[in-house]
Design a protein around this ligand. Structure first.
Ligand code: ADP
Ligand code: ASP
Ligand code: MG
Length: 809
């Protein structure tokens, strides 16, 4: 004899009956088939009662839907000849339900006793219909009314089984030479009044029967391929677990893995009956085997969660050292039948936190305040505190005790992702580590921990990109080209979750399609920075990075918000790091505090590793004493190309078109851009400088920068072309070249035009190249030189890409 249990998700599916038939046909032994109500029938019945209790006549519509749903099931599956009888049967049951609902409506009362009576119809109907269907299709089976065999106490809605009577009934009812179909979940008390075993209780019925008959195997057929490393609805990458011990399964279910009703494990475990969890829709897959002796060396078997819980915290110095408080608090709740899901106590004994279901909060607070009123009055305990909107997340594994650092790893990963832990508990069995976190963090927490424990080899990074012009466009192109390579060789998956330009923004939690983003973006929502950033925060994904490819002040204004929410910032925009020193320090501090990277290598020398080299020097104890640098690829390009036969204005326009200058070339030509760069280098070297501290001797007069628009500026350059020619000719006559050089020496930083002689290291600097010379305590006479392409969309995009990679490493 074998026990097969099919859940609502199986029997209520459009192919459910057929699949169950196929599975039953393949069994060589006779089976006892235990079923739940079809689909969401139990939930819907509950809905009708709640509406009726509030005197809302909408209950009739919901009841009508339940009727239509079942009649459709009959019409699609049953032989037309039997269909009429079955429809008649369903209508009769629905009439009984209607009478029940009318009385709930009139009395405005929905007792637990009525609850059990009402909900039992789901299983009575489903089991009767399935039994008819199986018999029509060659499986000879007998329908059994579970209420006549499963005997319970009077605790309606959550009745406890009387095993003495129940086991006897089971052994007398079921014979080896016969198949049976019956509804799970429902039972009756000594007076024959219907009771139920708790939501999800069909699994339990099946296990109780399996244990009473001491069968070889219990199979729980559901809609997923066994128990998984996490709830697949919350963690997309969850994988099936081939085997679990009873204890592991118990812990996973206790803390929320809905796939099995927790009490189910016990009867099977006592008789050492293996439980197989399989998918009704992929029966060929092996599913999960839950048994006593499992052979695994995994440190963690699965993650599980209860999404909605509350905490009650009782603290008070009067409790210290006085035994009995814990027992007293728990006793108060237990007397009210309240299930305490988790308890944590500070080692100082100064406080205790109990985690309960939200529906128990009011009663718990009322009874604790009432029964502890003298302790409160005498200030032995402080006023009782509570918190709502919390979730429990448990990490389960029977081998956890044999591994060091699981807790450390857990807290590190949660901390790195800005997830605050409200309470922690580790069971003495060391089979689980349980944390309480904000409900809004649950999905993120599950996913980052899942990545850490089950996808160790694959890292994911989620990008939110603002600015998709020259640099941003190239970056997306590079990510697209590198995607497969990185996934395969670096085990890194880069998901671009959002992109935006100044007009539109596009979000896709599953990742933007990199083949069609250009066509898709115009159909996105209107770009509003505030909303864009709010959406990043709300997405609450792990390893999130805000990528700023603009030169925009407003975009940079959101870095603080991102970093404060644990979202990394990678930017080629210099505005923030060259703003006031206070702001720069604050951004660095936020980055440190929230463990969110703030990287801006491309602020100086595009993709050249200037800031990183500097950081390495400083970190290893070196001190920067002097800097000499040609830091503007754009100015260098302009100066290098301004030759005999060219016009200065044309070269500026060309540099602008090639993306070598900032969108507004005045920022380059005024020297402001270079000032910002040397400022950033000085700050990264540990010097507290402001922009005003950097001297500038621009070769262009004030009037150029008082122009109202870029066009006006270009016109002025054109008008004064002769002056530039004269300057060039004079420099060439001396055998020198014009360079805009930034220098720092003896505490003084200057940016200005220099006529470089041929022995200057930057005399030969080509095209848009940059050069930086660092003079340090270690590099005294021979400076450390970094030289290479320092401008252009491609190299800047590569630099941004490199920072992204650094952020996830
Ligand atoms: P049934 O109708 O078969 O009783 P349930 O809906 O009660 O099915 O339970 C199956 C569901 O449990 C799955 O569809 C899945 O979404 C959810 N679930 C939650 N945690 C897990 C887990 N760790 N492994 C597998 N499924 C899980
Ligand atoms: N139908 C019941 C419920 O939805 C029992 C079960 O599905 O196991 O809770
Ligand atoms: Mg279930």
């Amino acid at each position: 004899m074998k026990i097969l249990k099919f859940g609502g998700s199986s029997i209520g599916h459009k192919n459910g009956f057929e699949q169950i038939l196929k599975i039953a046909q393949q069994e060589s032994e006779n089976c006892i088939i235990v079923v739940s109500a079809c689909g969401k029938t139990t939930d819907n019945l509950l809905k009708t009662a709640m509406l009726a209790e509030m005197q809302n006549t909408m209950y009739k519509t919901v009841l009508e839907d339940i009727s239509t749903y079942h009649i459709d099931l009959i019409r699609t599956h049953l032989d037309p000849q039997n269909a009429a009888t079955s429809i008649g049967f369903v209508r009769e049951k629905l009439n009984e339900i209607e009478l029940l609902l009318e009385s709930i409506y009139n009395l405005q009362e929905f007792s637990n006793k009525t609850y059990d009576n009402l909900l039992s119809y789901g299983e009575i109907i489903s089991s009767t219909l399935l039994n008819t269907y199986l018999n029509e299709n060659g499986i000879v089976s007998q329908w059994v009314d579970s209420r006549t065999i499963i005997n319970t106490d009077d605790e309606f809605s959550n009745a406890k089984i009387d095993f003495g009577t129940t086991d006897q009934n089971i052994q007398q009812t079921f014979q080896d030479n016969q198949n049976y179909v019956l509804g799970g979940f429902i039972a009756s008390n000594d007076n024959g009044v219907t009771t139920t075993l708790g939501r999800g209780g069909s699994d339990y019925t099946a296990s109780v029967i399996a244990a009473a008959l001491d069968v070889k195997e219990l199979v729980i057929w559901t809609d997923v391929n066994g128990m998984m490393t996490a709830d697949p609805r919350l963690v997309k990458n969850a994988i099936s677990l081939p085997e679990l011990s009873y204890n592991e399964a118990l812990e996973l279910c206790h803390f929320g893995a809905k796939v099995i009703y927790p009490p189910t494990i016990i009867p099977a475990m006592k008789k050492e009956i293996p439980i197989l969890v399989k998918s009704t829709f992929s029966p060929e897959k092996s599913g999960t085997l839950i048994s006593k002796n499992i052979d695994n060396t995994r440190s963690v078997s699965g993650l599980t969660s209860i999404s909605d819980v509350c905490s009650i915290t009782i603290e008070g110095s009067g409790m210290v050292g006085k035994p009995g408080f814990t027992k007293k608090f728990l006793g108060i709740l237990s007397d009210r039948g309240i299930n305490v899901i988790m308890v944590t106590q500070a080692s100082s004994e100064h406080g205790m936190t109990m985690i309960i279901s939200p529906e128990d909060l009011d009663t718990s607070l009322k009874s604790l305040n009432e029964e502890l009123k003298y302790d409160l009055l005498e200030k032995i305990i402080d006023p009782i505190k509570f918190e709502t909107e919390l979730s429990i997340l448990a990490i389960v594994g029977q081998n956890m005790k044999n591994y060091h650092g699981i807790a450390g790893k857990t807290f590190h990963v949660l901390g790195k992702n800005a997830i605050n832990i409200r309470a922690i508990a580790q069971g003495s069995s060391e089979n689980n580590i349980t944390t309480v976190i904000a409900k809004s963090d649950l999905k993120k927490a599950l996913n980052v921990l899942h990545e850490e424990f089950f996808e160790e080899d694959i890292k994911k990074v989620n990008l939110f990109i603002v600015g998709i012009g020259t640099v941003g466009g190239k970056l997306i192109e590079q990510i697209k080209q590198q995607y497969d390579y990185l996934a395969e060789n670096n085990q890194l998956k880069i998901n671009i979750i959002a992109i935006a330009n100044s007009k539109k923004m596009l979000f896709n939690q599953e990742g933007i399609n990199l083949d069609t983003w250009q066509e898709d973006l115009p159909n996105g929502a209107t770009m509003e920075l505030e909303k864009f950033v709010d959406q990043i925060v709300d997405s609450n994904l792990g390893n999130s990075i805000f990528v700023d490819n603009t030169a925009n002040y407003e975009v940079a204004d959101y870095y603080e918000k991102c970093l404060s929410n644990g979202i990394g910032v990678v930017t080629c925009n210099k505005i923030a790091s060259s703003a006031s020193y206070e702001r720069y320090r604050n951004l660095k501090a936020l980055s440190k505090k929230h463990k969110a990277p703030y990287l801006f290598e491309t602020n100086v020398g595009a993709g050249l590793p200037i800031i990183n080299t500097l950081n390495d020097l400083v970190k290893s104890g070196d001190k920067i004493r002097g800097i000499k640098a040609v830091l503007s690829g754009s100015l260098n390009f302009i100066m290098n190309n301004f030759k005999e036969g060219t016009r200065f204005v044309d070269i500026v326009k060309q540099a602008q078109e090639l993306g070598f200058t900032e969108p507004d070339p005045r920022i380059d030509l005024s020297g402001l851009d270079v000032k910002r760069k040397i400022l950033i280098l000085l700050r990264e070297s540990g010097y507290k400088y402001e922009l005003e501290d950097i001297k500038s001797n621009s070769f262009l007069g004030e009037e150029y920068f008082e122009t109202q628009s870029v066009e006006e500026f270009i016109q002025l350059l054109e008008k004064n072309g002769n002056e530039f020619d004269a300057l060039r000719q004079a420099t060439e006559a001396e055998g020198k070249k014009l360079k805009i050089v930034a220098s720092f020496q003896d505490g003084e930083a200057v940016v200005g035009l220099e006529k470089a002689s041929h022995d200057a290291p930057y005399y030969q600097l080509d095209g848009s190249d940059n050069i930086v010379l660092f003079y340090t305590d270690r590099y005294v006479d021979q400076p450390l030189i970094i030289r290479g392409a320092g401008a252009g969309a491609d190299v800047t995009a590569s630099g941004v890409f490199a920072d992204i990679m650094r952020a996830v490493s």
